[in-house]
Design a protein around this ligand. Structure first.
Ligand SMILES: C[S@@+](CC[C@H](N)C(=O)[O-])C[C@H]1O[C@@H](n2cnc3c(N)ncnc32)[C@H](O)[C@@H]1O
Length: 182
C-alpha cells in the first residue's frame, strides 16, 4: 500500500478492516494521504470486539466464540481494537482529528450465527497454531446451530463485531496541520 503509483491525486482513500493487520498503520495512512488531493477524503472502518464481549456476557457460547476470536487476533499480532484507535492513528499520521462513529449489528437468526462461525473458520488455523482452546466450543460443525439456539432461548439478540468509522478531509491549507504530508 506504500507503493501505489499515482498519476493524478485521488478524491478519496477508503479502507475497511485493513489497518488492523499492519505493523505501522499511522505510517501507511501518512503515505496514502500523499495520494489524496487537498480537500479529499480519508475514510476507514476498523473493528472493536469490546462491545461484543460485553453484550454477549449472558450468552455463554457467543461469549466463548468471541473470546477465542479476540485471542486468535492477539496471538497473531492483529489489533482487534483498531477501531477506537483510529483517532490516535489519524493524529499520528499528521491528519486532523477524524469524525467517528460505531455500529453494532444485532441479531439472532441462523445467518447471523453463521457470520461468527465464518470468522472462526477463517481463524481456525491460527487457533490451532497457537493451541487455543477450540475444544471449549464443543463440536465445531454444530456451533452455528447452537449459537442460534442459545440466542433464541434467551429471547434476545446477540452482537456481531462492532465497526468503527473514522474520516476526515485532507486540509486545504498546508499550514493548517503541522507535519501534514504534502
Ligand atoms: C478482513 S479482509 C478485508 C477485505 C475488505 N477490505 C472488506 O472489508 O471486505 C483484510 C484484507 O487485508 C489484506 N491485507 C492484510 N495484510 C495486508 C498487507 N500487509 N498489505 C496489503 N493487504 C493486506 C488481506 O489480504 C485482506 O484482503
Amino acid at each position: 500500500m506504500r507503493e501505489i503509483p499515482s498519476v493524478e491525486p485521488f478524491d478519496a482513500v477508503v479502507g475497511r478492516l485493513i489497518l488492523m493487520y499492519l505493523p505501522d498503520p499511522a505510517g501507511v495512512l501518512r503515505s496514502l494521504c500523499r495520494l489524496v488531493r487537498r480537500g479529499g477524503v480519508l475514510a476507514f472502518q476498523e473493528p472493536s470486539w469490546l462491545p461484543v464481549l460485553a453484550l454477549s456476557a449472558g450468552l455463554p457460547l457467543w461469549s466463548a466464540c468471541s473470546s477465542l476470536i479476540v485471542e486468535a487476533f492477539q496471538c497473531s499480532g492483529v489489533d482487534a481494537e483498531m477501531g477506537p484507535a483510529l483517532y490516535g492513528i489519524f493524529l499520528a499520521a499528521g491528519l486532523p482529528a477524524p469524525t467517528m462513529h460505531m455500529d453494532v449489528l444485532l441479531g439472532s437468526e441462523p445467518d447471523f450465527a453463521r457470520g461468527i462461525h465464518d470468522i472462526l473458520c477463517s481463524l481456525r488455523p491460527q487457533m490451532e497454531r497457537f493451541k487455543l482452546k477450540l475444544a471449549t466450543l464443543g463440536d465445531f460443525d454444530t456451533v452455528p446451530a447452537r449459537l442460534h439456539a442459545e440466542a433464541a432461548a434467551s429471547k434476545s439478540v446477540a452482537p456481531f463485531v462492532a465497526v468503527v468509522g473514522a474520516w476526515c478531509r485532507k486540509p486545504y491549507d498546508p499550514d493548517e496541520k503541522t507535519g501534514m504530508p504534502s
